[in-house]
Design a protein around this ligand. Structure first.
Ligand code: HEM
Length: 445
């Protein structure tokens, strides 16, 4: 595995005191709280996780975020080490996808994937989102409590199966979706990463077997789609897309992209819906009842409680000056929508949930980053936006039953509530007490 942190790198910028590797690991473990407790007080645009050490840096503010999101030849997505699979197997490319590529490979993959977000495909997805909603517990006014987090995961999984893969929501396909999602989650067990033996009894060997099994099922699907007439699901579009140079994605490439799209789009969308519904239900007063009102509520929840509070990390490919600071080649770099979304210069009273701040609002291009920005902006943003607005737009607002909610970041990337969040449909329950828990560090009462 390539070295994640080069702690020998120096940087001329102030930051927290301490031992670099310890601070870096503390950041990886609790990035939101480490940032609020130790980094937020430093003005930037470049803040090392340890003052004077160049192994890991956060870029913040208009200047920091602009450089980070536009200088793609310098700030490269991590393609090294962690995701490298043994060569020469059918499944060797399962971690190769637009989300990990840089340079020309990235541009090619984006070009070949773009048709899955064209208007005709989006119209089909919109119909699917509405159908899935009708089958969900949110549409049943039976008064039974249920966990909205689990329900939104069911909703987005079903939408991914039908829209992305073009297959039914039956038990075998739900298992396939969960097996795909589990591939990345396995990295939470450090043994999977550290001891790379292919022996079947080792954690890494078992994980490779799971990977091969997922690949085989995807390969079968892809071959069937290729033989079938073109349809509106994303897989069918990918199988039939040939660009103007006659270029097309191979079967292993499509399998890698499907894996990447699932990993990037399934839980993130479910959690964005969760945070949006929580902030609506946890705020006294009228619920949004127009398209514009819902749009403002969704944006405000994405600002206040971002589902992806940090950009995907980048490796710095050459020394680069940002403001007064030179970031050394080899540094690991992050940007933090979490900080940008709570900057009082862009958002007065930044911890207050106030959807009406979006009425006629003009925010800078680097101040609102739920999907990132620039050439690497989330490829599924319009798919996610339509899904969130269709699902919440059809909802008769349920009653919130759980009020203690923690903001917990899993796998360093996606913010989940720490526990189930119960709601119930049907006649309104008595108003709940105010929401408590660690969400309150971001969302003031
Ligand atoms: C509300 C749900 C979602 C959120 C909050 C979200 C957020 C993000 C963020 C923050 C990035 C990285 C930006 C960066 O580091 O520069 C990203 C990248 C990406 N997302 Fe999403 N995403 C969501 C849904 C989806 C969906 C539904 C899909 C696919 C169907 C998807 C596919 C991707 C891909 C492929 C990339 C990599 C783009 C590239 O590197 O060119 N995302 N997303």
């Amino acid at each position: 595995m390539a070295k994640m942190f080069d702690t020998s790198l120096r940087i001329d910028a102030a930051g927290p005191r301490g031992i670099p590797i310890v601070n870096n690991l503390r950041f990886l473990r609790h990035n939101a709280w480490y940032t609020l407790d130790h980094l937020a007080a430093h003005p930037g645009p470049v803040i090392p996780l340890t003052g004077g050490n160049g192994s890991a840096v956060l870029l913040r503010g208009e200047e920091g975020a602009r450089v980070y999101f536009t200088e793609n030849e310098v700030f490269e997505r991590l393609a090294d080490g962690i995701f490298a699979l043994p060569e020469g197997r059918p499944w060797s490319k399962m971690f190769d996808a637009v989300i990990t590529f840089n340079g020309e490979r990235h541009r090619r993959a984006r070009r070949l994937l773009m048709p899955i977000t064209h208007k005709s495909a989006m119209d089909h997805y919109g119909t699917v989102f509405a159908e899935t909603f009708k089958r969900s517990r949110f549409a049943r006014p039976d008064g039974e409590p249920f966990d909205m987090v689990a329900e939104f995961l069911d909703v987005t999984r079903a939408n991914m199966l039908v829209c992305l893969l073009g297959i039914d929501v039956d038990d075998a396909n739900v298992r396939l979706a969960d097996d795909v999602a589990r591939l990345l989650r396995a990295f939470q067990n450090p043994l999977v990463l550290l001891f790379r033996s292919e022996a079947a009894w080792t954690p890494h060997g078992r994980w490779l077997r799971d990977l091969a099994s997922v690949y085989e099922r995807l390969e079968l699907l892809i071959e069937r789609k290729r033989a079938d007439d073109p349809r509106s699901d994303a897989l069918s579009i990918l199988c039939h897309t040939v660009d103007e140079h006659g270029d097309r994605l191979s079967t292993p490439e499509i399998a890698g992209e499907l894996h990447g799209l699932f990993a990037a789009g399934f839980e993130t969308t479910a959690m964005s819906m969760t945070w949006a519904l929580l902030t609506v239900l946890g705020t006294p007063g009228p619920r949004p009842d127009t398209e514009a009102g819902l749009d403002a509520a969704v944006r405000e929840s994405q600002r206040l409680l971002p589902t992806v509070p940090f950009s995907l990390p980048r490796r710095v490919a050459r020394d680069i000056r940002v403001g007064p600071t030179v970031i050394p080649k080899g540094a690991l770099a992050f940007a933090a929508p979490l900080l940008e979304h709570h900057d009082p210069a862009s958002y007065p009273d930044p911890h207050v949930y106030r959807p009406d701040r979006w009425t006629g609002a003009k925010v800078g291009p680097y101040a609102f980053l739920p999907y990132g920005v620039g050439q690497r902006r989330c490829l599924g943003a319009s798919f996610a936006d339509l899904q969130i607005r269709t699902t919440l737009g059809l909802m008769r607002w349920p009653s919130l039953l759980t009020t203690e909610v923690d903001y917990v970041i899993r796998s360093g990337a996606t913010a989940f509530p720490g526990r189930p969040v119960y709601v119930r449909t049907g006649p309104p329950a008595p108003a709940p007490g105010p929401v408590t828990g660690s969400v309150r560090r971001l969302w003031a009462a």
